[in-house]
Design a protein around this ligand. Structure first.
Ligand SMILES: Cc1cc2nc3c(=O)[nH]c(=O)nc-3n(C[C@H](O)[C@H](O)[C@H](O)COP(=O)(O)OP(=O)(O)OC[C@H]3O[C@@H](n4cnc5c(N)ncnc54)[C@H](O)[C@@H]3O)c2cc1C
Length: 394
């Protein structure tokens, strides 16, 4: 472990394995996944075979020992070559976190082992047609009826819709109570009254499914509620504090993958008698791209270490939003610059950077848009009781 590489020796070994899988098994599939827009079950199978889902879970639940830092590194390495594949790990974490942070021992034992092997995929269902950024405006409801909750309503833009076996769902148990009326539930895909609607065609991360899910008098056991009634909003926010860095990692992977590709291209493409990398304007772009990636990585890994050290306070909320914000803004800037470095070749599908640029855009939108991240960061800054060194001056 060093300032430059905070991973332990064992974690570096796992990163090496992920890099090999990414370059040998995933990279050759990336363009095809984008073109076919089909969910890559073969990639899930590669993850299962190599125990990659295991990095998200403790050994007692069948994982290899939960590590947020290693999870971020895994998502980053996969996203360097295929952001859809990186997202499979990020959403497995997003969909599992509700159970990890608010589940009882019994719920953890019931759900986590099959998520740890990848036998089951998970999803997180918060957004509705009328409530995205303003998630508390949701209209889905849950009513206790004997030993069961009855859910009604629908969710939109749910990643892994149709491929997940378990959905962590937020619904109002007290529709008049605002935030305090929201509760969280685990809904299994075979629950009566649960169905999957339209899967959206989209700009990027095309192999990932994004779709509607519906609850039509959907009955689930009362034991599937996470936390107490009314805890749902707090659980959703605790999940996002821990999952947003995963989207940062997806963004960073895209940015680094695009930088590496542009560098190699600029080394060999010649104009005016020399490699374009030797033209100062291109060299300057490459230097800026690399610098942004390194700065983003520093922030991201810091948050990974904070989570691993058990930090759950407002500092984590702020740093997690900052890592998501910065890494994903860098992803958009750097992938756009990579297209520019490749010139006309950057714009055509034979080269991967146009896909990376399309994939990067969503990272600024989901798990809270980057406008929302800025609001979260500013809110936490205003709450802090900082010493103001210039007090009394002037
Ligand atoms: C591909 C994809 C996958 C997704 N996966 C999931 C998933 O798995 N689970 C899930 O629950 N959701 C998911 N989402 C939903 C996603 O999180 C929301 O789309 C996102 O939070 C924004 O909500 P919205 O689309 O309703 O936009 P709106 O909330 O309507 O926002 C529209 C615009 O207004 C801005 N805005 C809104 N409020 C404010 C404010 N107070 N101040 C400043 N600006 C503001 C926003 O930043 C945005 O630019 C996914 C979306 C997509 C496209």
């Amino acid at each position: 472990m060093s300032a430059l590489d905070p991973l332990s020796e064992e974690q570096r070994e796992i990163r090496g394995l992920v890099r090999t899988i990414a370059s040998e098994r995933i990279a050759p599939r990336a363009a095809e996944i984008d073109k076919s827009a089909e969910f890559p079950w073969d990639v899930v199978e590669v993850f299962r075979e190599n125990d990659l889902f295991g990095v998200l879970y403790d050994e007692e639940y069948g994982g290899i020992g939960e590590s947020s830092l290693l999870t971020l590194v895994t998502i980053e390495e996969l996203s360097k070559v295929c952001a859809t594949s990186g997202l499979i790990i990020a959403v497995q974490e997003l969909g599992s976190l509700g159970i990890k942070v608010a589940g009882t021992d019994e719920q953890k034992q019931r759900f986590l082992p099959r998520l740890a092997t990848g036998e089951w995929l998970a999803a997180y269902a918060l957004t509705e047609p009328g409530s995205g950024s303003d998630s508390a405006a949701m209209r889905s409801t849950a009513r206790l009826d004997g030993g069961e909750y009855v859910l009604n309503g629908g969710k939109r833009f749910i990643t892994n819709a149709g491929v997940a076996s378990v959905y962590v769902v937020f619904a109002k148990t007290d529709p008049e109570a605002g935030h305090a009326g929201i509760s969280a539930f685990v809904v299994e895909a075979d629950a009566p009254g649960f169905s999957v609607g339209r899967i959206e065609p989209k700009m990027g991360i095309k192999g990932s499914t994004t779709g509607e899910v519906f609850f039509d008098d959907c009955r689930i056991p009362a034991e599937n509620r996470l936390g107490e009634e009314g805890d749902g909003f707090k659980i959703a926010m605790r999940i996002l504090d821990r999952s947003r860095p995963g989207i940062g990692a997806q963004g960073l992977g895209l940015a680094q993958g695009a930088t590496d590709y542009a560098l190699e291209y600029a080394r060999t493409r010649e104009t005016m008698g020399r490699p374009i990398a030797e033209h100062q304007l291109i060299a300057g772009m490459l230097a800026d791209m690399e610098t942004k990636c390194e700065a983003a990585r520093g922030l991201l890994y810091k948050v990974g270490r904070m989570i691993d050290e058990g930090d759950t306070g407002p500092e984590l909320t702020k740093l997690s939003a900052m890592a998501k914000l910065y890494c994903t803004d860098v992803a958009m800037e750097v992938t756009t610059d990579a297209v520019q470095v490749l010139g006309g070749y950057g714009y055509i599908q034979e080269y991967p950077v146009e896909r990376m640029m399309r994939d990067a855009k969503i990272t600024q939108i989901y798990e809270g848009t980057n406008q929302i991240q800025r609001l979260v960061i500013a809110r936490e800054m205003l709450r802090e009781n900082r010493a103001f060194l210039l007090a009394g001056v002037g």
